[in-house]
Design a protein around this ligand. Sequence first.
Ligand code: PMP
Length: 422
Amino acid sequence: MLDPEEIRKDFPVLNRIINNRRLVYFDNAATTHKPVQVIKAIEEFYTKHNANIHRGLHTLSQEASQMYEEAHEVIAKFINARSWREVIFVSNTTEAINTVAYGWALWNLREGDEIIVTIMDHHSNMLPWRLIAQLKNARVKYVDVTDEGYLKYEQLEELITERTRIVAFPIASNVLGTINESRRIAKLAHEVGAIVVADGAQSVPHIPTNVRELEVDFLAFSGHKMLGPTGIGVLWGREDILEEMKPFKVGGDTIKDVTLDNVVWHDLPWRFEAGTPNIAGGIGLAEAVKYLVKIGMENVREHEISLTEYTLKRFEELAGDLEYYGPRKATDKTAVIAFNIKGLNHHTVGMALDLFGIAVRTGMHCAHPLHYRLGLTGSVRASYYIYNTHEEIDYFIEALEKIIEMKDVLSKEKPSTVCTGT
Ligand code: PMP
């Protein structure tokens, strides 16, 4: 089991005082904090090795190239990819999914083809498919969720037909926390020859990931949600599919040779990393992964289950005033808990929690269709990571009790922010 108190020493930002209270950071599904090890790795790159990669023969360029390539290897090992050539550095999950939409779907979909997406998908794994469908006269179909927040697998079986070319889903929902059954979904999709695009933004940082066991064809995730810097993310894809796929962005570094009549595309993964990439970001992400590996992803998962279980248990004390969404069983979900206080706007609750120094996210979390399906205009979302503690949850429950006590006054407040992300 990991020791969050020890871990916290690596995260200076957690010493911040917010509104005269020690910061309690429960907005990890939006982005996580960075340990000093990651910050130092980036600083060291810029202070000692900074150069552009690939093109230079000089020492700094060779050092930078090696560090950047090694970063791909670290990620490949972390997700058990067969080769680092399957690991493409992009800016974030959103770009990763768009890379598949415009690199694979744009070139392979035909009129009348079908794409299946789930209603619990983040807009990043929904809107690219909708635009591509529009471009190609294809059709998007949606898999619903049960009232407990599980995917309706029987409905998925009915929706998949010979016309299905793509099945997209989140390994874990960023609102409900629900962990979906990847292999079951992939098997159904592969039976009809469809490709499977998994959004791992909320799973790779929290659950041990083995791309060979997931049986999907593509996996997208973001560095900033797993202790890494912003502006770096990963698209993992099966090598045979990547070899056939067209680059989405083209230009410098994507080619081996260009004549006026012909282009010879570069080897994987460079074909898909157009222009000067986020070199320091890739190196920072590799450092973040090394940090997670040292802790052990099994331990990360165990800690988060314990925090989730504890929260759901403490929520029972507030049952008359609070409702939460998604599975009741902590082992079926990640440490993402969306809830509402009855009679209070979600933004009001978020602002009140901030007065206690507690950072949560409020709104629809880039999952509008899911909120509409649940009959909600928004929710408050608490999401945990390795540095969160049971004591912080006790303090959070105390704060919620006080907010509930002040409900009559607070319900007259007009929430001033209208934010919907992320
Ligand atoms: N998918 C899911 C499930 C997410 O939670 C998020 C971020 N909230 C994204 C995609 C988009 O990630 P990014 O903004 O890093 O592209």
